[in-house]
Design a protein around this ligand. Structure first.
Ligand SMILES: [Zn+2]
Length: 245
């Protein structure tokens, strides 16, 4: 994201929202203000547990691997990175340390080694290496879903089966999504199997968020808007903050 779009992102917020962040560091309040809902402040004390915790954001796919393609032609890799960039801004704003596995449109394989036919697996191996080396307090992989039948929609959360805190993080995300964004979402949490390379191997708190279905016209259009991605970022921020409280 360039400077202009960052400025644009922040300019969309009201001063009330910013002051809410600054003086309370209370994500729950921020989301309620954002949605113009009735404000119920459950906790207004700054959460000192937040500060210093490392969040590793992992925008799925990239470069030669576009991921799935939306009904309007948008590539998953692009929206994954947009979401990751947006979430990074919010997380840093309230005091988290944030690292992203990729900040550009690239796959993370070594161009100097033999990568023929192995780009995707080498990319995952490198993401795993980064995650294991950093040992983040929470790993969040960002993806978009797709299905041949365009009726299906809704955010889905997967969690690593190797650390019970992963399921806890996934529960918080799902709970906030249902409460603030998708009241009708009935999608169950899913324990990651061997088909999800990173979550199957990571032994630190790790989740994968399928933000929505690009095969669903309405949801694809929403995910392509900065406003919706900001709302989803706030929901994730609130969940991450609760995870450390
Ligand atoms: Zn994906």
């Amino acid at each position: 994201m360039n400077c202009t779009s960052k400025r644009h992102l922040l300019s969309n917020f009201t001063f009330i929202l910013l002051f809410s962040f600054l003086f309370t560091v209370c994500c729950r309040l921020a989301i309620l203000v954002f949605n113009n809902a009735e404000v119920k402040i459950e906790s207004t004390e700054a959460s000192s547990e937040i500060f210093g915790n490392l969040i590793l954001l992992d925008a799925g796919h990239g470069g030669e691997d576009g991921g799935t393609v939306g009904v309007n032609g948008v590539k998953e890799k692009t929206l994954n990175l947009e979401m990751s960039e947006s979430l990074e801004i919010y997380l840093k704003f309230v005091g988290f340390k944030v690292v992203q596995t990729r900040k550009e449109d690239v796959l993370l394989y070594d161009k100097n080694k033999n990568f023929k036919g192995r780009k995707k697996i080498l990319d995952l191996v490198e993401r795993l290496r980064i995650a294991e080396e950093l040992s983040p307090d929470l790993f969040i992989s960002i993806h978009m879903n797709a299905f041949p039948d365009g009726r299906y929609s809704g955010l889905t959360v997967y969690y690593s089966p190797h650390d019970e805190r992963s399921r806890f993080a996934a529960e918080l995300i799902r709970g906030n999504v249902v409460e603030y964004l998708q009241p009708g979402n009935r999608r169950e949490l899913k324990s990651a199997g061997s088909n999800i390379y990173l979550l199957d191997r990571l032994h630190t708190p790790s989740v994968l968020v399928e933000c929505g279905f690009l095969s669903n016209k309405a949801e694809c259009e929403l995910l392509c808007t900065q406003e919706y991605r900001q709302k989803l970022s706030l929901v994730l921020l609130s969940s991450v903050s609760s995870f450390f409280e």
